[in-house]
Write a protein that binds this ligand. Structure first.
Ligand code: MN
Length: 252
């Protein structure tokens, strides 16, 4: 099995190293990851400057681009048909990707890009920023890979995996979940630069609002690994007829 590994925290991030260490004994691992932290990059592509690729080891590459650039490049041209990847694994992210986070996440975006290009993909995150148990998430990733080798998933499948920051022995199990929903994020933080001009930082995400049983928030809060199957279709199917009527009832 040939696995493409990427992330959004950059190629030097601890989570990526731990993921590679865990997957290496099970598969041939190629890394194509951003040259710096691109958390929050979502699905953006770099279209205004050329992408440059540098090698930092055999089958290890970093790129001056986003996670989506990395996966796009890796699957559609960088290796010129030399390596055909079987799947994409993105992470281990330093911080949760729960509920609405998936829309902003570069970690999830790398997985989504893999899926767009025809490969099954897993995004894996440790739910506490600066968490201590990357080892736990790495072990979960290798177990998921073994499971996939036994029982492959459809190539359109994206799994969003969030692992509690606990020692492996204290995990209570794995749960298949739906995305929850966060409260509104905190306001932007205003500060000033050395010349007294205002600067702003985007504030932290809100706490879980829709975080009841069945959600990803609920699973991780109770010590379970949350595994959410994702799809890319954002259409609100149930509203198509209503909007047709709202437009004047001429929705043929
Ligand atoms: Mn990140």
């Amino acid at each position: 099995m040939r696995i493409l590994v990427s992330n959004d925290d950059g190629y030097r991030a601890e989570g990526l190293q731990r993921l590679v260490d865990a997957l290496q004994p099970l598969a041939q691992v190629t890394v194509v990851a951003p040259d710096r932290n691109r958390s929050g990059a979502s699905n953006s592509l770099t279209l205004d400057v050329p992408l440059r690729v540098a090698e930092y080891g055999p089958r290890r590459h970093f790129v001056n681009g986003t996670p989506t650039d990395c996966v796009h490049l890796a699957i559609s041209g960088l290796f010129e048909g030399e390596i055909d990847h079987d799947m994409v694994v993105s992470g281990i992210n330093d911080g949760a990707n729960l509920g609405d986070d998936v829309l902003y996440s570069g970690t999830v975006a790398a997985a989504v890009e893999g899926r767009f290009l025809g490969l099954p993909a897993i995004a894996i995150s440790l739910v506490v920023r600066d968490g201590r148990h990357f080892e736990t998430a790495a072990r979960v990733a290798s177990e998921m890979l073994l499971r996939l080798q036994r029982a492959p998933l459809h190539s359109s499948m994206i799994l969003n995996v969030n692992v509690p920051d606990l020692p492996y022995e204290r995990l209570r199990g794995l749960k298949s979940t739906r995305l929850g929903h966060r409260h509104r994020s905190a306001p932007v933080v205003r500060a000033s630069d050395p010349r007294g001009r205002p600067v702003y930082w985007v504030g932290p995400a809100g706490e879980g609002a829709d975080a009841g049983a069945g959600t990803d928030f609920h699973a991780v809060a109770n010590g379970y690994v949350s595994v959410t199957p994702l799809q890319v279709d954002l259409t609100r199917h149930a509203a198509i007829d209503d909007i047709g009527e709202w437009l004047g009832g001429r929705n043929e």
